[in-house]
Design a protein around this ligand. Structure first.
Ligand SMILES: CC1(C)S[C@@H]2[C@H](NC(=O)CCCC[C@H](NC(=O)C[NH3+])C(=O)[O-])C(=O)N2[C@H]1C(=O)[O-]
Length: 351
């Protein structure tokens, strides 16, 4: 089906509402065939008064999970591991349950507890206590396995950062190479993603970037500048830095088979509904969203201190959109920002 034209007034209205709800700034980039739309407003740096623009780099949070999945699925294609084998076959230290498979990890069905539930129970104190910390994968996994699992392996979808920390440890254990090298050699370089990097545990962003501001649980307190952090609490689950143009190029490359062989792409895009009305689904390190105009888009969302991200593409890669608001711990902003999907793919304006 041909898509309605994007509604640029709709994107601007969503961004305006996100700022009214507390975001210092917002950006959106839509690539529709050869046409590019770049829309931004507000501030990239509150203290300096620097205005936002759509080319700035930012922390993408869990959009990183789709990058980690591509590396893992390339290893599957190379015969280095089997999706339905026990994860313990490929790890330096066994998880408590041998029944957890590689596929369970990629689809958030392992039941492994998400250690960030405890780590960030109190948002700003939790963040301040880890922002300069460097964790090993094993330290994070041990934080998780100190808790009972959320479900039996394969029995339910329960999103957990732990799954993609285990996958990062697995990839490094199998290949003997750091994730940074894998991302660079298998994705960033081949696609020419010049605004994308994995600099863990370095805390600084380079080039032109947006600063991020996390809101305190006490919303009467000022925003906290959370731009500089190691993101070591997430690593292969959330530490990639990128830009709207690079994320649009990445997801178009994924769905058009530039990075994965047909079999692995089919597996990655095999979506399972994760909400009551089936409009939200999860495949392997990939989210699916069915929109009001009947189109399903594929990509990932991200929430990291100071940054909300939506990065999605149509199945044929012809239209893709990335939007970002530079605040977090503000659910209203996050759900408002999700309105850029309807504007970009269905041409609708927010109510
Ligand atoms: C499933 C999600 C939403 S959470 C998961 C991951 N982000 C995190 O786990 C960070 C959680 C703490 C973020 C922090 N919140 C608190 O501290 C709350 N007390 C804030 O808002 O700055 C990511 O990214 N994913 C999102 C995703 O996949 O969309």
């Amino acid at each position: 089906p041909t898509l309605p034209d994007p509604s640029l007034t709709g994107v601007l209205a969503v961004q305006k509402q996100a700022m009214a709800a507390g975001a210092p700034g917002a950006l959106t980039r839509i690539d529709s065939g050869a046409t590019v739309h770049k829309l931004s407003m507000g501030k990239a740096d509150r203290a300096a008064g620097t205005v936002m623009d759509a080319d700035r780099r930012f922390r993408v949070g869990s959009v990183s999970k789709s990058f980690t999945t591509v590396v893992l699925m390339q290893l599957v294609a190379e015969g280095r591991l089997d999706l339905d084998a026990p994860a313990n076959d490929y790890l330096p230290r066994a998880l408590p349950d041998d029944r957890i498979t590689v596929r369970h990890l990629l689809s958030h069905r392992s039941g492994l507890w998400d250690y960030t539930n405890d780590m960030f129970y109190h948002t700003v104190p939790g963040f301040e206590s880890v922002r300069n910390k460097v964790f090993t994968y094993q330290e994070l996994i041990d934080l998780s396995t100190a808790h009972a699992p959320a479900n039996e392996p394969g029995a339910a979808y329960s999103y957990s950062n732990t799954n993609f920390v285990v996958l990062g440890q697995m990839i490094e254990h199998i290949t003997g190479l750091p994730m940074a090298t894998q991302y660079e050699q298998r994705i960033f370089k081949p696609l020419g993603l010049r605004n994308t990097s994995y600099v863990h545990p370095r805390t600084t962003l380079t080039g032109s970037y947006a600063r991020g501001y996390v809101r305190d649980d006490d919303t009467t307190l000022p925003l906290v500048d959370s731009t500089e952090q190691t993101v070591s609490w997430a690593q292969s689950a959330g530490a990639v830095i990128s830009s709207s143009s690079d994320l649009n190029r990445f997801f178009a490359a994924v769905v058009t088979g530039k990075l994965l062989a047909p079999e692995q792409l089919r597996e990655m895009m095999s979506m399972v509904p994760v909400n009551a009305d089936g409009t939200q689904s999860y495949g392997l390190g990939l989210r699916g969203r069915e929109l009001s105009c009947g189109v399903t888009v594929y990509g990932h969302t991200g929430t990291v201190q100071g940054y909300y991200t939506y990065a999605f593409t149509t199945a044929d890669g012809k239209r893709r959109m990335t939007s970002m608001a530079n605040t977090s711990n503000n659910g209203t902003v996050n759900s408002i920002l999700g309105g850029t999907l309807e504007a970009a793919f269905c041409g609708t304006d927010p109510t």
